[in-house]
Design a protein around this ligand. Structure first.
Ligand code: COA
Ligand code: AMP
Length: 643
C-alpha cells in the first residue's frame, strides 16, 4: 500500500505548518494523488473560495475506473453484509464499475443530464452505492435521504432539491419490522410542490411495492439490453457532486453542497494520512449512507483509495448480538473500523466483559475511529482495552465533509488525549473566539471557529441559498467559518469539543434540530407553546425532551398527551426523533425579549448548576419548571437509560 514510511510526529507538525502557511503548494501536491482530465493550473480562487477552479475531473472515474485500468479490477471494492436478510456478497472493482456504468446509462435514458438532481432514498443496499456513483459518472447531483426520516422530511428535501428522478427501495428493514418506503415516498410526493419525472424502485422481497404510472423497476432497467452503459464525463472540479441535507437551528434542513475536485483530493488525502488506509485495505464504517460519515467513508473515501468498503445493513447489537461488528472484522479482515460512540456504548452495555469479542480473530484491525458525538472517557477506555488498538476520537460535521481534528494515524501523529478530539488536521486552522471575535487563550471556552479559507472538500455553499450560507456560517465572525460547536484548546493545541452552542441536538449520532421536532409537537391542538431540548442520555448521548404549555381550555381528560405527541413526532420527523419524555409546564422560561432560555433548560434537565439569567422575564416560571422536572410529570414510553 502507498503508506508514507519513516514519518514521525515531527512530520505531522511539519505537514500541518506547511498546510496553513503554503496552502496552495500543499494542496497542489495532494491533488497529484487523484487523476485529472485537465489538471488545475490555479489551485485556489481566494475570492470565491473555490479549489482547483480550472481543473476538470470525474469522481466516479477516480473511485472505480482508474483502479480497473491499473489492473486491479479483480480486487474487492464493496462487501455487502446484511444481518437483516443474511445476504453476504462481494463486488470487485470491475463488477462495480460495470453496474455503475449501466445505471448511469439508465439515468441518461430517463433524461438525466449534467447538473440535474437525483434523490436517493435507499437503505443499506448495494444499489445505493451504485446510484451515487452513477450520478457522479454523468455529472448528476445526488441527494441521499436517510431512511429513518418521515414523509414530511423527505418532502422538504424533494421540494428543495427538485430532482428529475427519485430512486427508492420498496422497503427498509429494521429489527422486528419492515419499513415500507414506497408509501412514504408516495405520501411525500402527494404533499410536494415538485414532482420528479420518474421514480426508480428497487424491489426487495420483504415488501414488493405496487408500481404507479411514473414508477419503473430498477432490476428491469438494469436488465434492458437496449440501454447502453455510460462513460465518465468531464466535469469542472467546482461542479456539484452532491447535496446532503442536515439539521440547522430552524426546522428547515440545510442542503450542504460538495464539489467534485476538492472533495476527491481531500478524501484521498484523508484516507492515507488520517486513516492510514490504502489499496487492498478494508474499511468498515458502521454508519448509514444517509449521513455524511456514510458518504465520505462508506462510499467515496475507501473507493478513491482503492480499498474495500463494507456496507453493513444491521445494528451493532441485536442483529443478532453485540458481537456483530467483531464478526465482520474477522470475516472480511477489516483494518479500520469507524463508528459512533453510541454504538460502542450499546455493545458495552450488553457485553461489558468482552465475551463476544473474544470469539473472533481480530488481528487484522489496526484502528478504531469514533465520531458523530462526544466520546466519553469511559467508552474510550473500554474500547481501547477491549480492542488493543489505537482508538481515535475525531471531530467533524456534514459541512466539513472530512475530519477537522484527529490524531493522524497515517502520519504517525501524536496520540490523542482523554476527552479531546485531537489536533487540527492539516488544512484546518481552529480558533476559539469569544463573543466579540477575540481569540481566547488556552483552556478558555468559546465558539469553535475555522479560519477561512476552508480546505478542499468542505462545503461550497447551501443549495440555492447563498444568503443562508453566509448568514449561518460566515457572517458571525469576519474571516471565519462558525462551526456551531463550543469548546477550547489546551496548551499543546489539542481541541476539546463541549457541544453545540445552537439548537442542534445529537441523538445516537443522528443530528436533529429542536425546531424540527418543536414544529411537530406544536401542531397538536392542545399545545399552546413547546420547547424541545436535547437531554443527556447514557446510551444515545442526547435524547429529545419536550416541554409543553397546554392551551387554557385543555383539560387532558381521557387523553394521553405524551403518547399523542410522541406519535406526532414519529409521523412528522421520524422514529429517530422519538421523544424521551414530555413535561407539561405552566410556561417556558424566557428572557424579557421573549427568547426561550434553552441553555438554562438544558442545564436544569441535565442536573447541572444553572445560574438564573438576569434577563429572565418571570422567575416563577423557572420555579414551576424545576417542580415539573422534580415530579417528572408526564413520562413517555422511553424513559430508560436517562442519566
Ligand atoms: N430507517 C427506518 N427507521 C430507522 C432507521 C432507518 N434507517 N434507523 C433507525 N430507525 C428507527 C429505529 O428502528 C427505531 O425505531 P423504534 O423506535 O420503532 O424502535 C428508532 O428509529 C430509533 O432508532 P435509533 O436511534 O437508532 O435507536 P435504536 O434503539 O434502534 O438503536 C443504536 C440504538 C445505538 C444501536 C443505534 O442508534 C446506532 O447504531 N447508532 C449509531 C448511529 C450511527 O451510526 N450514526 C452515524 C454517525 S457516525
Ligand atoms: P453531523 O453534521 O451530523 O456529522 O454532526 C456534526 C456535529 O456532531 C458536530 O457539530 C458536533 O456537535 C458533533 N460531533 C461530531 N463529532 C464529534 C466528536 N468527535 N466529538 C464531539 N462532538 C462531535
Amino acid at each position: 500500500m502507498s503508506r508514507e514510511t519513516s514519518l514521525t510526529s515531527s512530520s505531522h507538525q511539519h505537514t500541518y505548518v506547511r498546510s496553513v502557511t503554503e496552502p496552495e503548494a500543499f494542496w497542489r501536491d495532494a491533488a497529484r494523488a487523484v487523476d485529472w482530465i485537465d489538471p488545475p493550473s490555479t489551485i485556489l480562487d481566494a475570492t470565491r473560495h473555490r479549489w482547483f477552479p480550472d481543473g476538470t475531473i470525474n469522481t466516479c472515474f477516480n473511485a472505480l475506473d482508474r483502479h480497473v485500468r491499473a489492473g486491479r479490477g479483480d480486487r474487492t471494492a464493496l462487501v455487502h453484509d446484511s444481518a437483516m436478510t443474511g445476504v453476504q456478497r462481494e463486488y470487485s472493482y470491475a463488477e462495480l464499475t460495470r453496474l455503475v456504468a449501466k445505471f448511469a446509462g439508465v439515468l441518461r435514458s430517463l433524461g438525466v443530464e449534467r447538473g440535474d438532481r437525483v434523490l436517493i432514498y435507499l437503505p443499506m443496499v448495494p444499489e445505493a452505492v451504485v446510484a451515487m456513483l452513477a450520478c457522479a459518472r454523468i455529472g448528476a447531483v445526488h441527494s441521499v435521504v436517510f431512511g429513518g426520516f418521515a414523509a414530511a422530511e423527505l418532502a422538504a428535501r424533494i421540494s428543495d432539491a427538485r430532482p428529475k428522478v427519485v430512486i427508492a427501495a420498496s422497503c427498509g428493514l429494521e429489527p422486528g419490522r419492515v419499513v415500507e418506503y414506497k408509501p412514504l415516498l408516495d405520501q411525500a410526493l402527494d404533499g410536494c410542490d415538485h414532482q420528479p419525472d420518474t421514480c426508480v424502485i428497487v424491489q426487495r422481497p420483504q415488501a414488493i411495492a405496487a408500481l404507479g404510472a411514473r414508477d419503473v423497476d430498477y432490476a428491469s432497467l438494469m436488465a434492458s439490453e437496449e440501454i447502453p452503459e455510460a462513460d465518465c464525463v468531464a466535469l469542472a472540479a467546482t461542479d456539484p457532486l452532491y447535496i446532503l441535507y442536515t439539521s440547522g437551528t430552524t426546522g428547515r434542513p440545510k442542503g450542504v453542497v460538495r464539489d467534485h475536485g476538492g472533495h476527491a483530493v481531500a478524501l484521498q488525502w484523508s484516507m492515507t494520512h488520517v486513516y492510514d488506509m490504502g489499496p487492498d485495505d478494508v474499511m468498515f464504517t458502521a454508519s448509514d449512507i444517509g449521513w455524511v460519515v456514510g458518504h465520505s467513508y462508506i462510499v467515496y473515501g475507501p473507493l478513491l483509495a482503492g480499498a474495500a468498503t463494507v456496507l453493513y445493513e444491521g445494528k451493532p447489537v441485536g442483529t443478532p448480538d453485540a458481537g456483530a461488528f467483531w464478526r465482520i472484522v474477522e470475516q472480511y479482515g477489516v483494518n479500520t473500523l469507524f463508528t459512533a460512540p453510541t454504538a460502542i456504548r450499546a455493545i458495552k452495555r450488553l457485553d461489558a466483559d468482552g465475551e463476544l469479542r473474544a470469539r473472533y480473530d481480530m488481528s487484522s484491525l489496526r484502528n478504531l475511529f469514533l465520531a458523530g458525538e462526544r466520546l466519553d472517557p469511559a467508552t474510550y477506555d473500554w474500547a481501547s482495552e477491549l480492542l488493543g488498538v489505537p482508538v481515535t476520537d475525531h471531530w467533524w460535521q456534514t459541512e466539513t465533509g472530512w475530519p477537522v481534528t484527529a490524531s493522524l494515524r497515517g502520519l504517525d501523529g501524536p496520540p490523542g488525549r482523554p476527552a479531546s478530539s485531537g489536533l487540527p488536521v492539516p488544512g484546518y486552522e481552529v480558533h476559539i473566539l469569544d463573543d466579540d471575535g477575540r481569540r481566547l487563550p488556552a483552556r478558555q471556552e468559546g465558539s469553535v471557529c475555522l479560519k477561512l479559507p476552508l480546505p478542499p472538500g468542505t462545503l461550497t455553499g447551501l443549495w440555492n441559498d447563498e444568503e443562508r450560507f453566509v448568514g449561518s456560517y460566515l457572517s458571525r465572525y469576519e474571516g471565519y467559518y462558525l462551526t456551531g460547536d463550543g469548546g477550547f484548546v489546551d496548551e499543546d493545541g489539542y481541541v476539546y469539543i463541549l457541544g453545540r452552542t445552537d439548537d442542534v441536538m445529537n441523538v445516537a449520532g443522528h443530528r436533529l434540530s429542536s425546531g424540527q421536532i418543536e414544529a411537530a409537537v406544536a401542531s397538536h391542538p392542545a399545545v399552546a407553546e413547546a420547547a424541545v431540548i436535547g437531554a443527556r442520555h447514557a446510551l444515545k448521548g442526547q435524547v429529545p425532551h419536550a416541554f409543553v404549555v397546554t392551551k387554557a381550555d385543555y383539560t387532558g381528560a381521557g387523553q394521553d398527551l405524551a403518547a399523542e405527541l410522541t406519535a406526532l413526532v414519529r409521523r412528522d420527523v421520524g422514529p429517530i426523533a422519538t421523544l424521551s419524555r414530555v413535561d407539561v409546564v405552566s410556561g417556558l422560561p424566557k428572557t424579557r425579549s421573549g427568547k426561550v432560555l434553552r441553555k438554562t433548560m438544558r442545564q436544569l434537565v441535565d442536573g447541572e448548576d444553572a445560574p438564573v439569567p438576569s434577563t429572565i422575564e418571570d422567575l416563577s416560571v423557572l420555579d414551576d419548571f424545576r417542580a415539573a422536572l422534580a415530579q417528572r410529570a408526564v413520562p413517555s414510553a422511553d424513559t430508560s437509560d436517562k442519566e
